[in-house]
Design a protein around this ligand. Structure first.
Ligand code: 9MR
Length: 387
């Protein structure tokens, strides 16, 4: 029989050692965490801006368009937001109202009421209006799954694009004709994403969409829009390659494609940003005769320290570093954020913080006070070359 006293003494020793090791591990992890965030945050970096001119004016002075996505219900219910939006933005893009689920309550019915309200708001305030999006694999209405199939998909696609683009013909600055058609992780040789459109119509649905849009609205700039193109990671590299291949293929077939939209949902704690690689990609796109728009800019702060001052500095740094690189490419003609105020951002749901502090990814805080991210954007426009 083992000596009980000895066993319990040994156990105490082990427990003591174990807890020492875990305290050590926690301390090391904490030190690592601190030095990691110290490397992201430079408290001395100043984001000074001269004057109070709004972002749209600063951008305009360089031949660049600045604006944001917005929801109709927010502009209707929040007059302060509407005022700031009109002051700051030279272009408006509906965040929800031009998608299939809102526009197409039933297979034979179009409801333009909310999008028309936004078009009117843009007109009243001298803003450009931008369409998002005609072809996407997400937010298709419920009836779509029940009704659309291989036999009738082309009819639905053509009818949808022709009707919607005709409705706004002559009023649209640009249309995201096809959104997020690339997903190299799904391992097709052409890098295309599996979607109902691909399944029913094959890869040519993309070209078809652009041709129908160009015919109905020859004035709008026709854009292919996608995400995950910004960082020096294997995933983004694969996405850049696949997008470039798609753009080359479309251009070589004479498709009426005029621009690439780079969504630019950026990440505050991501350090793999390589200006040279991004610039090369932009130059490759421009060499195809395409313009470039930054279409959905925001900066995820999910994993940044809770201190709002630190978070805002890191987020602002990401804005300025990214914009100064992309605005160096003369083909970049527009910058849009995906929302203006932290009060209303898709990231509250999509990338919430584990400490439940509210997220701060946009140029204005939830009380519509401008943040360092606003300064960062103002500086990037002020320092940009004129187009
Ligand atoms: O921000 C948008 C969110 O509020 C909507 O629920 C969602 C579906 O309509 O779309 C979000 O916007 C997406 C955009 O349309 C395409 N790129 C990614 C955006 C964020 O998911």
């Amino acid at each position: 029989m083992p000596n009980r006293r000895l066993v319990s003494r040994r156990r105490a020793l082990w427990l003591g050692l174990a807890s020492l090791t875990s305290i050590g591990a926690i301390a090391t992890a904490r030190a690592g965490y601190q030095s990691y965030y110290q490397s992201l945050d430079n408290p001395k970096r100043d984001f000074k801006v001269t004057g109070y001119a709004p972002l749209k004016k600063r951008a305009e002075a360089k031949g660049i368009i600045f604006g944001s996505a917005i929801r109709q219900d927010l502009l209707v219910s929040d007059s302060r937001l509407a005022t700031s939006f009109a002051q700051q933005c030279g272009i408006l893009v509906p965040e929800w109202e031009l998608k299939w689920n809102i526009l197409r309550p039933a297979p034979d019915k179009f409801d333009f009421s909310k999008a028309d309200w936004l078009a009117q708001f843009a007109r009243t305030h001298g803003m450009l209006f931008r369409g998002h999006t005609l072809v996407w694999y997400q937010v298709l209405p419920k009836w779509f799954n029940e009704i659309v199939n291989r036999q009738n998909a082309e009819k639905f696609l053509v009818e949808h694009i022709a009707t919607v683009t005709k409705h706004y013909a002559g009023q649209m600055h640009s249309w995201d004709v096809v959104n997020e058609a690339i997903e190299p992780e799904q391992r097709r040789s052409d890098g295309l994403r599996n979607s109902p459109w691909l399944e029913f119509l094959g890869p040519d649905y993309i070209e078809l969409a652009f041709r129908v849009a160009a015919q109905a609205d020859p004035k709008a700039l026709l854009v292919y829009n996608d995400y995950g193109l910004e960082y020096d990671t294997p995933t983004d590299e694969a996405r850049r390659t696949a997008v470039l291949k798609l753009l080359e293929r479309l251009k070589s077939r004479g498709t009426p494609l005029h621009a690439l939209g780079i969504q630019s949902h950026l990440t505050g704690h991501e350090t793999r940003f390589n200006p040279k690689k991004l610039q090369n990609f932009l130059a490759d796109v421009a060499s195809l005769g395409l313009k470039i728009l930054i279409t959905e800019l925001d900066v995820v702060d999910q994993k940044l320290p809770v201190d709002a001052a630190v978070r805002d500095r890191i987020v602002a740094r990401v804005y300025e570093d990214f914009l100064s690189v992309v605005l160096d490419e003369p083909a970049v003609i527009a910058v849009l954020t995906w929302g203006l105020s932290d009060r209303h951002t898709w990231l509250s749901n999509h990338a919430p913080r584990s400490d439940s502090a509210s997220v701060r990814p946009l140029p204005f805080d939830s009380n519509l006070k401008s943040k360092l991210a606003w300064n960062a954007m103002a500086r990037a426009f002020d320092n940009a070359r004129k187009r």
